[in-house]
Design a protein around this ligand. Sequence first.
Ligand SMILES: [Zn+2]
Ligand SMILES: [Zn+2]
Length: 185
Amino acid sequence: MDLWKRFGEKEVSHSMAHYLQAVASLKTEKGHARVGDIATHLGVSKSGVTSMLRSLQTRGLISHEKYGCVELTVSGQRLAERTESSRLVITRFLTEILGVSEAIASEDACMIEHLVSPEVSVELLRLTSFLRSEHPAARALLQAYRATPHECTDHSPDACAVCQTSCLRDSLVRDIGDSAERTGV
Ligand SMILES: [Zn+2]
Ligand SMILES: [Zn+2]
């Protein structure tokens, strides 16, 4: 019941995850990541970078000599790779299987990349790979799924036979326009 209270204790914030990813990609591109490179890469100030690097260092995710290069520790590198992979897995699932637009899929995937568990990501990846495979059952399922509209007609607001509760769809579809506005599509 009190599960939500534990979310504040998650080991990294969303910005921390993006800083780690920035360091990882600069290391790959340039072979090193300095404060100035990170600031440019993320479009933030150098002083912002310096204070974030301090928090990341306290958490044992990077090591940083004052004027030197920033290095990811083993756990920092793993976290950077995991959040990046989760983002790609979620984006693929949302666009390739659910048919959500690229703009909304990228935004949602970015929002949850650092929160989703590796257990969920790996199962989403498995499901996406199966459904995109040549397996006849997968092809038939995707085809039937895409051809079948989701309709919860003929229900009273608090009893929907399809949703098996009050209608879940009603409370979601009415806000769909807001989400398009949010991403500017
Ligand atoms: Zn993100
Ligand atoms: Zn319903």
